[in-house]
Design a protein around this ligand. Structure first.
Ligand SMILES: Cc1ncc(COP(=O)(O)O)c(C=O)c1O
Length: 393
């Protein structure tokens, strides 16, 4: 071989050695070489397991999918480039071969509402928002409308309502609809929607699972029935997660249970401290004894871990006072996102629910004095001291 040819080929496509690396390496190849065309044909035809093209499947994604599917008790999973990409493909999968209509909870992440109203509705999908805590009314509407999909969050963003996933599964299955659950806030440490009858469970991996603020990703965990349609859709539209993000997410998940336990314990302390602070009008936290979904919480969160999100209203505050309070924070990071090792605070009216009209926000109960705190793994005394000083400003 000549020098220029060697530069292109030497060292590549070596047969794997028998030793196995202890953690999954980052596989950057876009396509895969087979010994023969016959074998490649079998892989393309799904008669033999194997990799041929990274948009279809790749070793890095497969390892992460295996991991998350195991934690969520699913049949299989699809790693996606963001949480929103995951929600989009999950809903499209649920709607394939069913009626093109969605019943969605009236308490959802703002971009999910935007995706339903600005992407799916204009493409001919009927979307109806409902109070999914009024089970009788929901059952009646779902039985009559027979939607293809019921979409909810286990713990809603940002008011932290807790959905009765098992009851919602009964209601949707009676009507032939698929139940899609965004489990980002609850995480599989506390709740595994597949065990409660969900068909497709979605996560923004960006949050607790990756956990360090350095990955954007999502995942759909599927039951047996929807797994092949989900993969077929993904092969066509290609929402897949890149190998570096797969690696970082797997690395993050190794410490996810430890981080999450600590964050939950910290959140309980922070929530009860906030509840007794005179400048705090109202606290939203699933561990709060007066939470409206206490029955669901007792059933879904049996270990006294209630998640690590705490939302609260600053007494008498408008946008200016909230800005002053948040500008005074020294430790808690003022930034969009949640679930990282560091505590973070977000102003929903300005960010997560910005695209939602003030009228609809009011209907959703998201007021101008509401802030959302994602409690991190720091020493809880330091988090509380930071909040205390900022509330005094
Ligand atoms: C509950 C929930 N689901 C989905 C998403 C979207 O995730 P991503 O930003 O990774 O697309 C978010 C983002 O904040 C979220 O809070």
């Amino acid at each position: 071989m000549q020098f220029h040819t060697q530069a292109v080929h030497a060292g590549d496509r070596k047969k794997p050695r028998p030793e196995v690396p202890v953690t999954t390496p980052i596989h950057t190849a876009a396509s895969y070489f087979c010994e023969s065309m016959e074998q490649l044909d079998r892989i393309f035809g799904h008669e033999e397991q194997g990799f041929c093209y990274a948009r279809y499947d790749s070793p890095s994604a497969a390892a992460l999918e295996d991991l998350v599917s195991t934690l969520e008790c699913g049949h299989g999973a699809l790693a996606c480039a963001s949480g929103m990409a995951a929600i989009h493909v999950a809903v499209l999968t649920a709607l394939a071969d069913r009626r093109r209509s969605v019943v969605a909870a009236n308490a959802l992440y703002g971009a999910t509402v935007g995706m339903l109203m600005n992407v799916l509705e204009p493409s001919g999908v009927a979307v109806r928002f409902m109070d999914v805590w009024d089970l009788d009314a929901l059952r009646a509407v779902v039985a009559e409308a027979k939607p293809g999909c019921l979409l909810v969050e286990t713990v809603s963003n940002p008011l932290l309502r807790v959905a009765q996933i098992d009851r919602l599964a009964e209601i949707s299955h009676e009507a032939g609809a698929a139940l899609v659950v965004d489990n980002t806030f609850a995480t599989p440490l506390m709740v595994r929607p597949q065990e409660l009858g969900a068909n497709l469970t979605v996560h923004s991996l960006t949050k607790y699972l990756a956990g360090h603020g350095d990955v954007l990703g999502g995942v759909v965990v599927s039951d047996n029935q929807h797994y092949e349609p989900l993969r077929a859709l993904s092969r066509t539209v290609g929402p897949v997660l890149g190998p570096f993000e797969c690696y970082l997410t797997m690395r993050g998940i190794k410490t996810f249970p430890l981080r999450m336990e600590r964050q939950c314990v910290n959140a309980c302390r922070v929530a009860s401290w906030l509840a007794s602070h005179p400048k705090v009008e109202r606290v939203y936290f699933p561990g709060h004894p007066a939470h409206p979904d206490a029955v669901a919480i007792r059933r879904l969160f049996p270990q006294n871990l209630f998640g690590a999100m705490v939302s609260f209203e600053v007494r008498g505050a408008g946008r200016d006072e909230v800005f002053r309070f948040m500008n005074a924070l020294k430790l808690v990071v003022r930034a969009t996102s949640l679930g990282d090792v560091h505590s973070m605070m977000l102003y929903p009216v300005m960010s997560s629910h910005r695209e939602i009209s003030p009228k609809q926000r009011e209907r959703m109960g998201i007021r101008d004095n509401l802030v959302r705190l994602s409690v991190g793994i720091e020493a809880v005394e330091d988090i509380i001291a930071d909040l205390e000083l900022a509330l005094e400003v």
